[in-house]
Design a protein around this ligand. Structure first.
Ligand code: HEM
Length: 115
């Protein structure tokens, strides 16, 4: 027996939750990213300090997570667009699994490049 109501106990519901949460996480990340980029113009010393800090393995782990979230949101978004604009197909769970696998694939590729 699940702790979730029946209409939420479905892979496609969780695909929706992941898409929404990844979209929110990306929206929160973007202003921080733009602020750090702005240091290149305003305060080079502070930018160098920040870049030194990014050598920390926890920051690298956060970067990989962010890449997975971006790939998850992109693949999940393309899934939603396919759902809306292409003819209906019955294999929605397979498409969601494909979107998840694509995101993890991007994460692994990125991980192989940062370690
Ligand atoms: C990488 C390419 C991207 C694609 C293909 C994409 C696609 C989509 C689609 C189709 C939706 C609507 C989902 C729905 O109606 O259920 C959506 C929602 C959203 N996107 Fe994106 N997106 C992308 C990048 C981004 C980025 C970079 C951000 C943040 C900076 C972002 C933030 C959001 C947010 C906050 C929502 C609302 C989520 C919700 O209401 O469930 N997206 N995206």
């Amino acid at each position: 027996m699940s702790i979730f109501p029946a209409h939420r106990n479905h892979p496609i519901y969780w695909a929706f939750v992941l898409h929404r949460l990844s979209g929110l996480a990306l929206a929160l990340f973007l202003p921080v990213h733009l602020y750090v980029l702005s240091l290149a113009i305003g305060d080079g010393g502070k930018l160098d300090e920040f870049l030194d800090w990014t050598a920390n393995p926890w920051v690298k782990a956060a970067e990989v997570t962010l890449v997975v979230l971006l790939a998850l949101h992109m693949a999940g978004g393309l899934r939603v667009l396919a759902l809306e604009f292409l003819p209906w197909r019955d294999n929605q769970k397979t498409l969601a699994a494909f979107a998840g696998a694509t995101a993890l694939g991007f994460g692994v590729l990125y991980l192989l490049n940062v370690v």
